[in-house]
Design a protein around this ligand. Structure first.
Ligand code: NDP
Ligand code: MG
Length: 307
């Protein structure tokens, strides 16, 4: 039984935080760790580790939340013994995101994405020879031709479309029961963000958008690493009739401010909410889709206030 360990890059320099006072110094230290195997080996001795098994992180349960323990020592033990010894379980990250906090999730997402990338890039695509990982895990090199492979993220646009008073959400059959989200899609090669937003909205719901506004971005590890680029957009006036592309989506609909605001206020665990008679759930707080929806509600609230 093999155990993977994901190195928490930002945490492992905990000693360094006190000595290095500025963001620039910290960024340069991390750069050095990626470039200098010796420096990285040294840092690992004082570092903290997350444990993964088959890409599932070891988590501890506390009430309705998951805690992410970090370890300084690693031993090779069977999975079940590790779980018993460390009072936790290896839990699929996709299932755990509903109960993780944002600090933990960001590091876990990075660690899992790196582990997955290394697992899938063991061989050079040109020579077919095994590639070698540097100590930091920031790249792999083919010893026969020196080609360097770096971990990659696929750009994905995610758009919250509004008609001024309602917003458009959709669901795929793979989503958890009752969950609706903003429209997302991978950028095609050669496309810029604006073109990808227009195309994805047209492809998925048959609408044309205008007035795009960038909101924020996020690294998302599922199913492979994506860079989520989140935007707001509006449909052309009077063009609100949805034509769902059933190859991509199970359903799509316009939702009113009240429906969305009520869903945002829902309490209880995700499972409890899913068991309601008519579950309508929004993406977890950690997902940038949630942030887009929250922003839209805030904008609507401001717009309805008297001047
Ligand atoms: N963080 C967040 O808030 C959210 C994140 N997402 C993420 O956005 C991503 C894209 O959303 P989704 O609607 O599925 O995308 P798309 O609408 O682009 O549809 C996905 C399909 O596109 C094809 N595809 C094209 N390029 C790629 C690529 N580089 N990698 C994988 N598949 C590709 C695949 O088809 P085929 O399998 O036939 O090859 C896949 O089934 C997903 O990974 C999802 O997890 C989505 C919503 C919210
Ligand atoms: Mg999509």
């Amino acid at each position: 039984m093999s155990l993977y360990c994901g190195i928490a890059y930002r945490r492992k320099i905990s000693q360094g935080y006190r000595l290095l006072s500025t963001y620039v110094t910290k960024a340069r230290y991390l750069f050095e760790l990626k470039e200098d195997d010796g420096a990285c080996k040294k840092a690992q001795q004082a570092g903290a580790f997350y444990l993964f098994h088959s890409l599932a992180p070891l988590l501890q349960t506390a009430e309705h939340r998951y805690l992410v323990p970090r370890f300084s020592l690693l031993a090779s033990l069977p999975k079940s013994e590790v779980e018993t010894e460390l009072q936790g379980s290896f839990i699929e990250l996709r299932k755990a995101i509903f109960q993780l906090n944002s600090m933990d999730s960001s590091l876990l997402f990075t660690a899992q994405a790196l582990l997955r990338w290394h697992d899938g890039h063991q061989f050079c695509s040109k020579s077919g020879q095994p590639t070698r990982k540097n100590i930091a895990g920031s790249k792999r090199v083919c010893p026969s031709n020196n080609i360097i492979y770096y971990p990659q993220m696929a750009p994905v646009v995610i758009t919250l479309v509004s008609d001024g008073t309602r917003c458009l959400l959709a669901r795929q059959s793979s989503f958890p029961k009752g969950m609706y989200s903003a429209l997302a899609g991978f950028c095609d090669i050669g496309e810029n963000m604006e073109e990808a937003v227009r195309r994805e909205v047209a492809e998925e719901v048959g609408l044309e958008v205008e007035n795009m506004q960038f909101s924020a971005s996020q690294h998302w590890p599922f199913p492979n690493s994506s860079l989520m680029i989140a935007c707001h957009a509006t449909v052309k006036p009077g063009q609100t009739e949805i034509q769902v592309n059933l190859r991509e989506l199970e359903a799509a609909a316009w939702f009113s401010y009240d429906e969305i605001a009520t869903a945002l206020r829902k309490k209880g665990t995700y499972i409890q909410q899913q068991n309601e008679a008519f579950p309508f759930l929004l993406p977890p707080k950690l997902a940038i889709a949630h942030q887009l929806i929250q922003e839209w509600v805030e904008k609507q609230t401001c717009a309805s206030l008297p001047a």
